[in-house]
Design a protein around this ligand. Structure first.
Ligand code: ADP
Length: 522
């Protein structure tokens, strides 16, 4: 080779100082790159071991040949080798990645750099060519491209899941068929829009979409089940998973979002629950009906017997028909009839209460007095149960309540105490605690198991068997409705084996208070 001045780079400029022989050894030993020279016409003038290894030709076979032989035939025909030299000549350098031929006719993917070599006068001396075999990398990239393509196709074909990508700031960048189907938008309509598009306005106001993105960014994934919007504003119940995507340097480059529409499932579950609840209600009602029939039959049977007795007496021995003898029998018949009508009244009351709220007839009265009167009215029942009642009502508590309803509630509690805790002491307290009045009934009866404490206030619910104790399971339900209608409440504290305390708490509202609120009732 002639002594030349290289203009292609600094290292090359100093190369001759090392001696051309040394430089040649250096180039020749580069095995991973084909490094060779062309004259200005494109004829090969040097060849290194890398060139031999990559292209398969020995130096003897190629030196003196035109370099176009390394190109695919169609490219040779199209004049590509000459065009590339032309470009290198014009701009000093040409770079390309393309297919080249080996000696055995096989192809390899080549990364090629052609550099024009000129002397100081600018005359073209030839070209340096460096070629790298990048077939393996190309194949790997190709496989990746193919698999990405297949994956994209797969994702796009998924119908039952909305699967799409978000940019790091939460904007939509891809859209699959499932997303189209579920949300109703086409890819064009959503591309570039912020994901809050699918959230309810109140969720957006509370910052939910941003919070979920942040959670995904910090924890890697965020999962949520909730309402989302379709195009047009229809809601659907969605199961959403947002996964953060990080590159190998740990930088966030977006999110995947996978959404499943659970609306049908939710509806099916709700339907199943409603069905279950309806079945349960029907079962409870049927049980109630059988208890109620039983309860009604007891006084009815008694009434029947008593009337038959009177009839027999009249038929067999009319002479014995006198007020003393028949008076007692008729009195007992009337008691049975009274019991019957009480039961029917309770049933009617409950059906009215169940249909709507209780209408209160408010009047101003003293609670302590009302309690004493109610106890008075239950005197016979208390005597029969052999109970001993102690009243603690240290002060008068004036307020506005529905007197009959409050007495009814209290009487329910006292008659329960007599029924479940006969032969024992009953303490009744009437107390005031600031703006609230409390009526409590404490017995020393069997008590109520913790698991039943709430249940017993529910309509038809009982914690005892109907064989042992008669009753409709309605008393406490009615009591609670009355307390709540007054803005109060009722609860029970109980220890099994020790006894129970039922407490009704009512707000103390005076005539002056209610006048202020403008709801004074006559
Ligand atoms: P009923 O007495 O007709 O069953 P209630 O609604 O008055 O209906 O009471 C519901 C249930 O609460 C009763 O069946 C009983 O199990 C329980 N209960 C009520 N009061 C008492 C009490 N003082 N002691 C023990 N259990 C009670």
């Amino acid at each position: 080779m002639r002594e030349t001045t290289y203009t292609a780079g600094d290292t090359a400029t100093h190369a001759p100082a090392l001696g051309e022989a040394a430089f040649r050894v250096l180039v020749d030993n580069i095995r991973d790159y084909a490094v060779y020279m062309l004259d200005p016409q494109g004829v090969v003038v040097s060849w290194n071991s890398g060139a031999e290894r990559i292209k398969g030709y020995s130096a003897d076979e190629v030196i003196g040949q035109h370099f176009r032989m390394f190109y695919l035939l169609e490219e040779q025909d199209a004049g590509k080798p000459e065009q590339e030299l032309q470009m290198a000549r014009e701009s000093g350098r040409f770079e390309d990645e393309a297919w080249r031929l080996r000696k055995d006719g096989s192809r390899f993917r080549a990364y090629v750099v052609v550099t024009a070599l000129r002397n100081t006068a600018g005359e073209l001396l030839g070209f340096a060519k460096v070629t790298q075999d990048v077939t393996a990398r190309w194949q790997a990239e190709q496989e990746l491209r193919e698999s990405e393509k297949r994956f994209r196709l797969l994702v796009d074909q998924v119908r039952d899941y909305a699967i799409f990508l978000l940019s790091p700031d939460g904007r939509i960048t891809t859209w699959n068929r499932g997303a189209r189907r579920m949300k109703g938008y086409t890819a064009d309509e959503v591309s570039g829009r912020f994901l809050s598009l699918f959230y309810l306005p109140e969720d957006v106001a509370r910052g939910k979409p941003v919070r979920l993105l942040k959670q995904a960014a910090v924890e890697g994934v965020a999962h949520d089940v909730g309402w989302r919007l379709r195009k047009g504003g229809e809601r659907f119940w969605a199961d959403v998973t947002i996964t953060a995507l990080y590159d190998s340097a740990g930088k966030l480059y977006g999110y995947t979002k996978v959404v499943r529409d659970l609306t049908e499932q939710l509806e099916a579950e709700q339907l199943a629950r409603a069905y279950e609840a309806a079945r349960e209600a029907i079962k409870v009602r049927d049980e109630f009906l059988s208890i109620a029939s039983h309860e009604l039959r007891t006084p009815l049977t008694a009434l029947n017997l008593q009337l038959q007795g009177i009839k027999l007496l009249m038929e067999r021995n009319p002479a014995a028909w006198n007020p003393e003898r028949t008076g007692g029998a008729i009195g007992r018949a009337l008691e049975s009839a009274e019991r019957l009508s009480q039961l029917v009244d309770t049933l009617l009351d409950v059906s009215r209460i169940s249909a709507g709220r209780i209408e209160l007839k408010l009047s101003t009265f003293d609670l302590a007095t009302a309690v004493r009167e109610a106890i008075e009215r239950l005197a016979e029942l208390i005597r029969q149960a052999s109970c001993e009642v102690h009243i603690h009502a240290p002060e008068a508590i004036e307020g506005r309540w529905d007197r009959l309803r409050v007495e009814q509630a209290l009487m329910n509690l006292i008659s329960n105490a007599c029924k479940y805790a006969p032969n024992s002491r009953i303490d009744i307290r009437v107390e005031r605690d600031g703006e609230r009045a409390r009526l409590s009934v404490t017995d020393t009866g069997p008590g109520i198991a913790p698991e039943n404490l709430e249940q017993i206030f529910v309509r038809f619910e009982r914690a005892v068997s109907s064989q042992h104790y008669g009753g409709l399971g309605l008393g406490l339900f009615v009591t609670r409705q009355i307390a709540e209608a007054h803005g109060g409440r009722v609860w029970v504290e109980s220890t099994v084996g020790k006894g129970s305390t039922f407490t009704i708490e009512l707000p103390v509202v005076t005539a002056a208070d209610s006048a202020q609120n403008g709801d004074e009732v006559g």
